[in-house]
Design a protein around this ligand. Structure first.
Ligand SMILES: *[C@@H]1O[C@H](CO)[C@@H](O)[C@H](O)[C@H]1NC(C)=O
Ligand SMILES: *[C@@H]1O[C@H](CO)[C@@H](O)[C@H](O)[C@H]1NC(C)=O
Ligand SMILES: *[C@@H]1O[C@H](CO)[C@@H](O)[C@H](O)[C@H]1NC(C)=O
Ligand SMILES: *[C@@H]1O[C@H](CO)[C@@H](O)[C@H](O)[C@H]1NC(C)=O
Ligand SMILES: *[C@@H]1O[C@H](CO)[C@@H](O)[C@H](O)[C@H]1NC(C)=O
Ligand SMILES: *[C@@H]1O[C@H](CO)[C@@H](O)[C@H](O)[C@H]1NC(C)=O
Ligand SMILES: *[C@@H]1O[C@H](CO)[C@@H](O)[C@H](O)[C@H]1NC(C)=O
Ligand SMILES: *[C@@H]1O[C@H](CO)[C@@H](O)[C@H](O)[C@H]1NC(C)=O
Ligand SMILES: *[C@@H]1O[C@H](CO)[C@@H](O)[C@H](O)[C@H]1NC(C)=O
Ligand SMILES: *[C@@H]1O[C@H](CO)[C@@H](O)[C@H](O)[C@H]1NC(C)=O
Length: 767
């Protein structure tokens, strides 16, 4: 990096962190209130002292200062004046000292330091220096990793977890052990099955990822009762959340290509349709307070220096009520023009001051030690792991086991005693860890043989004792899979296979086992386990992702039928040779027939898979009955609304008015239907109803189908539950054309419920 660029990066950072400094003073960033002050901390490293808010007169007098001497603490003045005052009082040196994650504060003005990098991907994490654990708070609830929670396809679960995490964060903040600014969640779409950070994400579908973001962010940020604040710019925040990494960021380190230098060549169409969609939802529907730009370049331009991506799109088109942050300690961040922020220092501060500056939110002040690792939160972590469990195979209803028949269990394989593997990355110190052995031991007598010395499984000699155990036990459970040594930040996968001798272990144990064999897989990305799917000796397969601190309890509950699994795969499980067909660095989602390029994600790849996106079984059976549906929609165009051309395949019929643009128009375009979900089996269970839309036949290079909605419903055995769906056609049935216009095509769309269990047409006409 050139010295000049570095200097510019620093100027940029000082602006950002001035902003963050003010955020930390208990106001909002760029209009938002964080109700109380991190500036109560006396040092950049949290000291463990209890918080006070910045303009607390008692705090000022303890510093030998008088709050009333500082105009920026004078609530009778306007925010603009207070902002100006704060900025004007700081010297250049003092401003420079707000560089980096660590803002040193300005003691002379009573502004204490703030370490503002904290993480809360699936629980309060000590990855960022803003958070730490010690004797007072030894741990926080470690919920399942995001890929597991995503598999629950339960929006309220995602939100409730966000609420639990922010409650723990607030409690730790009150005790001086955590910040108020969290660089979570990670909402990049999993474009390639090799990506090492799939574990952190909600999977491969932009809509599902976006809905996860909206719910998790609202869970973290929303202060109860103020969701519908009239001025969104002054809406208070429980903690500040950050959707990252913007954008097209999904190569970590693959064959020497690193995220810091990777230049993603992305078409405008893919950008709008896939890579930006979750961020758009995060900002517009989640009202997130921060977006982090990514390390990589997109089409040659570093994302953190792209005025179109940042200012025009996030601020202009989406109306972010917050701020944009980059990883300022990184020299890789290149900024060639700081003006793109469109903010002067005073503006930035003024925006942060525009709401009740320094006013606390009293309902959080009492949060303390008892709110961290509470019984309720640990139960929620268990519930999330149960809900995220996906049943992939269950021949002849081999599962669930009955405690009367299965009294002894052979538990074998490298994840049988998983601890940190279940917690994944961006974790904290868990309250406790229930390993699979711990969980299963509550139901049966466990004979544990590791089968492999570790996940790499390089030593065959452990297989034999595992076989011996399987020969004797009433049933056998094999815990296999991968972990952070295979898929992680800065580590993409080379292949989709189980490492080392794991396949041999599984086949050999299954071939001699006395009782039924269950394979339990831990992984984030898909694993090609076609061999196990085919193997008749393996009756059942469960995927649990990385299920968090209560993983062992959740797995045991599912295996012994205390919980009926209903999760669905949030990404396609590809066959191993898929990755030979395309380098990880090729960004296009659509297939390119002339190059034998197969396309990416279920929306564009039509080849065979090990298990498709959305797959998952239950111990019971469900049927659907469509009870009402919109079948046609005539949309009246106003004089200023025009038909928009749309590419059709040459041999296809193209309507005279092929589409209309949907970006800036509102139409009366509601479609709705109701489906009755009947549980026709003998066990209570949860069903995830996934709704897909298919565009009219003949549109050139469109997606095969796409998720437009989903709901998880509980239906007791023999019962039924009506599920209602409502959509705006222009939003849910849109396609993004080659020029990246979002349009609603006319003609016959198809709505599919589940994997084509029910489908019906919706005919759209413009008049
Ligand atoms: C901080 O709060 C905790 C729990 O509310 C309390 O036990 C402790 O005495 C407080 N410490 C200080 C320094 O006020
Ligand atoms: C969805 O999650 C919520 C919140 O945890 C839970 O109460 C509800 O039972 C879940 N729904 C289903 C159908 O599992
Ligand atoms: C906010 O608006 C939504 C949608 O109109 C509504 O369901 C919710 O109850 C409102 N919340 C509050 C706190 O008023
Ligand atoms: C940023 O966008 C706003 C409108 O959203 C515009 O007024 C401003 O000029 C833009 N700034 C830059 C540097 O592009
Ligand atoms: C499981 O792992 C833990 C921690 O690594 C270890 O203390 C314990 O002994 C192991 N349990 C068994 C049954 O090997
Ligand atoms: C495999 O494990 C056995 C049993 O622990 C050990 O004796 C042997 O040396 C190991 N072999 C290798 C190649 O590491
Ligand atoms: C399932 O049960 C049927 C009937 O008992 C049996 O013929 C079949 O082999 C079983 N299949 C498997 C995979 O166990
Ligand atoms: C899959 O798509 C390719 C073009 O991308 C097409 O040639 C092929 O016929 C399609 N296969 C199926 C089964 O639809
Ligand atoms: C499906 O719903 C319709 C309308 O409510 C009803 O007439 C029909 O009997 C239902 N079919 C089944 C199989 O339940
Ligand atoms: C449909 O659009 C209208 C108008 O923009 C909006 O009020 C409504 O919430 C939308 N409905 C859905 C289901 O998105």
């Amino acid at each position: 990096m050139h010295a000049v660029e570095r200097k510019m990066a620093k100027i940029f950072c000082s602006l950002i962190f001035l902003c963050c400094l003010v955020l930390s003073t208990g106001a909002r960033v760029n209009h938002r209130i964080l109700s109380s002050s991190t500036l109560g901390l006396d040092d950049a490293t949290p000291t463990g002292s209890n918080f006070t808010f910045v303009c607390d007169p008692a705090r000022y007098s303890s510093l030998g200062l008088e709050a009333s001497n500082f105009a920026f603490c004078d609530t009778s003045m306007s925010y603009e004046v207070r902002a100006m005052d704060l900025v004007n009082q700081m010297t250049l040196t003092e401003k420079v000292h707000q560089l980096g994650n660590k803002a040193y504060g300005v003691p002379r003005l009573g502004l204490a330091a703030y370490e503002w990098w904290s993480e809360a991907l699936h629980g309060v994490s000590n990855v960022g220096p803003g958070t730490f654990f010690d004797d007072l708070i030894p741990g926080s609830t470690s919920f399942p990793t995001v890929i597991t929670t995503a598999a629950a396809f339960n929006e309220s679960l995602w939100k409730v977890i966000g609420q639990a995490v922010s409650t723990e964060a607030r409690a730790m903040y009150n005790l001086g052990r955590a910040g108020l600014t969290y660089w979570s969640p990670n909402i990049n779409v999993v474009r390639d099955p090799r990506w090492g950070r799939a574990i952190e994400t909600p999977g491969e579908d932009p809509y599902v990822v976006g809905r996860y973001a909206v719910n998790y962010v609202r869970g973290l940020q929303d202060v109860e009762g103020s969701e519908n604040y009239t001025d969104p710019n002054s809406r208070p925040l429980k903690v500040s959340s950050c959707c990252k990494h913007y954008a097209a960021y999904d190569v970590d380190n693959w064959k020497g290509v690193e995220r810091y230098t990777f230049d993603a060549r992305v078409s405008e169409q893919d950008m709008v349709e896939t890579f930006l969609r979750p961020f758009e939802m995060c900002v517009k529907d989640g009202d997130v307070s921060s977006i982090m730009c990514s390390y990589n370049r997109v089409n040659g331009i570093p994302t953190c220096a792209d005025p179109k991506l940042l200012n025009q799109t996030i601020r202009g088109d989406w109306d972010l009520h917050g701020y944009i942050v980059s990883d300022c300690d990184s020299l890789q961040v290149m900024v060639d023009d700081h003006k793109w922020l469109g903010d002067t220092k005073e503006d930035a501060v003024a925006q942060t001051l525009k709401a009740g500056f320094f006013d606390g939110i009293p309902q959080y002040n009492s949060f303390g030690k008892n709110d961290v690792c509470s019984k309720e939160n640990i139960e929620l972590a268990t519930e999330a792991a149960r809900e995220g469990t996906v049943l992939l195979k269950n021949e002849n209803n081999s599962l669930p086991f009955s405690i009367d028949k299965v009294k002894t269990l052979a538990v074998v394989g490298p994840h049988s005693n998983a601890t940190s593997a279940m917690i994944g990355n961006y974790a904290g110190i868990p309250c406790q860890i229930i390993t699979p052995i711990d969980g299963l031991s509550k139901f049966a007598k466990v004979d544990y043989q590791m089968g492999c010395s570790d996940v790499a499984c390089k030593n065959e000699s452990f297989i034999f004792p595992a076989m011996e155990a399987a020969k004797k036990a009433d049933a056998t459970i094999i815990f296999a899979g991968i972990d952070l040594s295979v898929e992680a930040e800065s580590l993409d996968r080379d292949d989709l296979l189980l490492p080392g001798y794991q396949t041999q272990l599984i086949n050999q144990v299954a071939s001699v086992a006395n009782g039924p064999v269950v394979l339990v897989l831990m992984s984030a990305g898909g694993v090609d386990i076609s061999f196990a799917k085919r193997n008749e000796n393996i009756k059942s397969i469960l995927w649990v992702g990385y299920p968090g601190e209560e993983g062992g309890n959740a797995i045991a509950d599912v295996i012994f039928g205390k919980y009926n699994p209903g999760g669905r795969l949030p990404l396609t499980w590809h066959e191993a040779d898929y990755v030979d067909m395309l380098p990880m660095t090729s960004m296009p989602l659509r297939p390119i027939d002339s190059l034998g390029y197969p396309g990416r994600t279920y929306k564009f790849f039509n080849g065979s898979t090990v298990y498709p996106f959305g797959y998952g079984l239950s111990y019971t059976q469900f049927t659907y009955n469509l009870t009402s549906s919109t079948r046609s929609l005539d949309i009246k165009l106003e004089k200023y609304q025009y038909c928009h051309d749309l590419g059709y395949k040459s041999d296809s019929f193209k309507p005279s008015c092929p589409s209309i643009r949907v970006d800036n128009s509102e139409y009366n375009d509601r479609i709705e239907f109701e489906v009755e979900v009947q549980n026709v089996g003998t066990k209570d269970g949860s069903e995830v109803v996934i709704v897909y839309a298919k565009p009219p036949e003949g549109i050139d290079a469109s997606y095969i189908k796409q998720v437009i909605g989903f709901q998880r419903v509980f239906v007791p055995a023999g019962g039924s539950e009506k599920v209602k769906f409502e959509f705006n056609a222009s939003k849910s049935l849109q396609v993004v054309d080659f020029d990246a216009y979002s349009v609603l095509p006319s003609g016959g769309h198809t709505i599919m419920i589940g994997d084509d269990i029910i489908s019906f047409p919706v005919h759209i006409k413009f008049c």
